[in-house]
Design a protein around this ligand. Sequence first.
Ligand code: SAH
Ligand code: MG
Length: 952
Amino acid sequence: METGGSPSAAVKKTSLTPKAIIYQKFDSKACYVVEEVRESTENGCPGLAIPQKGSYLYRCCLQLPEFSVESGTFRKKKDAEQSAAEMALEKLGIHPTTSNPTAWEARDELVARLSYLFSNKFLSSLHPLSGHFRAAFQRRGHLTGLVPVSVIATYDVKLSTLCKYIDPEVESNSLLVMSLILRAAARLRGSVSTSEEQLSMKRQDPYSPEIIDSVVNQQSCFPECIWIEAIRIPYSVEKTVEPLTLTVSSNGYYMDVIAQELGVTDASKVLISRTIGKAASETRLYFCAPKSYPLDPSELLHAKKAVQFEGSLNARASYFSGQVIYGDAILASIGYTWKSTDLCHEDVSLRTYYRIFRSKIPSGLYKMSREAILAAELPVAFTTRTNWRGSFPRELLCAFCRQHRLSEPVFSPISNCLESFPELHGSCNKVKVTESGKEESDGGGIAVGGGEPVGSRQTFRCEVKIFSKCQDLIIQCSPKESYKKRTDAIQNASLKVLSWLNTYFKEPDMSLDKLTSSGDVLDIRFYPQNFFKEFELCLSVHNVWQSIGTQGGRLSDSNSMNQLDDMVGASMCPINIEGPDSGVSPSHGSLACICYTISLVREGELMKELLESSEDFEFEIGTGAVIAHLEGVVTQMSVGQSAFFYMELPPQELILAAAGESARTLSLLSSKGCSLEYSITLLQVTEPLEDRMEQALFNPPLSKQRVEYALQHIKESYATSLVDFGCGSGSLLDSLLNNLISLETVVGVDISQKGLARAAKTLHSKLNTISDVIMGSTGIKSAVLYEGSITVFDSRLYGFDIGTCLEVIEHMEEDEACLFGDIVLSSFCPRILIVSTPNYEYNVILQRSIPQSQEDDPDEKTQSRTCKFRNHDHKFEWTREQFNSWASDLAARHNYSVEFSGVGGFANVEPGFASQIAVFRRGDDPLKNVDSAHHYQVIWEWNSSQVSRSAL
Ligand code: SAH
Ligand code: MG
């Protein structure tokens, strides 16, 4: 369900999208973080009778230097991004038509803005800054009413935007904003005064007591005291970070509490960083202002040395924020919001801290995107989109660049023409690839007419360049591999860069030669001078991680768990595999689905702390998508079996990033003899050969062509009711709803709860997009999903106009498939029945033409040869002759006619269609009285009256 409205018409009218305007203003300082959210069980799909997790929607958080906004949820990422951009523009008060002020105008506007901030009106407004003005009244003695300049500089977006017009340098120099503000305040002398130390401001004429009363009373429901968990980051990297609690009383000012923790007199001495980590959060670093610095902006710029900070550089805090921070710093999530007068806060735990830290490196970003810090690893290879799990390499690379305040990566896809099958395809059409070109969706290759195999007439390579903020080239990757899809080429190149960066972060003190040669392997060139300038702090920060990793009394001489288990691997940890061998084992290139728990245990004792678990974790075998030892174990298992094993501890910071209970975990870790206990069960193995072949070779993909085929028949027959036997996750039903057709009733049946739940969610959200239904783009009146076997009759599905059964029978044993044939024609009696199934004879072509884009892995080749059928789950695949004889006999027995057809390939060209199809038509009306037989269970149900009632 889309909770966010569509971007408003007003903005759409201008030629620039909200995102484009944001880009113009903020360039790469605008950070879009798209988050996958699962629809919650209740509002995801009411009435679904299967326990469910909800489908994925996207929410976008747009982080700008001064604030961030979060969109509603959308089906499409780009809608979420545009919506967030639009919200940000609104907040910035930017109307697409107004032009930028000149520096002089901005100076005047700055004064006006400041004067407004000290007005009565602002005091009672809802604004993150107005909360500070109100809280200032609670400050005692000479501090009463004083607002720190750092706060004004941080929380008023308009003001900082104006400062940018005056001097773009403010981006990199946070003190400069403060001095510009103080200068503007000087022009307000008489109405606004600055304090002695000149780091806070106050209104000269006091606010009237009534006004103060009214705003202070607003906060009456505030509890006596709140406790906020925060993290102290000592400037010395030798000292570990530690949790601390900020106690903010209802009549206190939280900035003063932070000041106290930092050992300074009051809030005006505290500076605030930009937001850290997840863009939506208010997590920031708080640190001491320099002892002295010139307040004249020009001096400040040119004489940076004049700024005297207390203490030494805080490498970790500076690394976190990309700002220069001296002395101890406090990481906390606290502040006023746009929505209420209350102080908002979130606890920042050690876990949060280590997660943010981990997110700075590629493997950490990937682990986070999979919510599997201890199990997942950044895969070493990109095979296909369908096999990749978690954020895609391109997104990860963009996120990485934002984290390190680099420019967005520049991708340059290059198209090549390869006429590897000239006899089949004739001459090659050049396809123009524009850099800004749209990303093809999954399965959308280069358009080639009419369902013939695409072959490899067009391939793509992609070059990636990473630039610093000031556009110095840092890294360039020019992969040799070609891909059939532009997007795959981009993903591949992105992954190479990520992999190389990962090797650097694992060993930041690696010699230049080693770093260069590891780049060579990945087709990467890097520019050491620029590179080390940008990653200056990594060395001190990351070396510390490694020493932290050894604190538990165990020596792990590497930050990499992969290497760790290569060393201690199977030889040291006996693996217990339990359960009968089902014979179905994951092989290279297949997807394994496991459920697992990882716990911290102490030898010989019953001390156990759960660190990480998942009930449904899928990964591709052979790409290093999980830690090596785990993958090694899984390949030894068969479906249904469980395994247990122990491993030595990975670095402590990794454990803390996973652990929910840092205190308990830490106390366990402090004792000797701890290890990690892994417990896994192999739930399922999917051989993705079929998908891969279908998607790579056909355009549109075969699955789409089957749906199109069915649609054609629905249109021609004016069918009003349809049942999809073996509907799976509802791809056919879903596309029916996109088309203007005669159908009023659609039903799906399947035995798979997982598939049905997915189908329900798709249909639910589509059908409840009110406009579609009321405005009548579909005439659907009712939709039902049943759980049940299609070899069993259910009278509710009797006599439908059309029955479809696409790529289902081969998933049953042959005798069951025959049983289904008899039952469907004798009992369900649809007017038309469409059955599709793979043509076994076509497999030679599919297997011959599997994309060879990856390094040719001899293993994989033999795999595809030994896999007899297109999919592990197929119980049989029929030749054309077998299928014809089954269908003809069946039709004859039940007074149906049958015609043969197919999709992918041609009827009269050997070896026929890739997917063969039989269309059965009923000879006469059965006019039977069917006994009521309800064997299926309603899983989900939808009615058009439901919607119109609630909509009207
Ligand atoms: N028709 C769908 C799904 C094909 S996959 C599509 O074209 O995308 C095959 C489906 O058949 C699976 O969802 C499986 O659960 C279902 N299936 C297998 N045996 C079945 C049976 N006896 N009764 C109902 N569904 C069955
Ligand atoms: Mg199949």
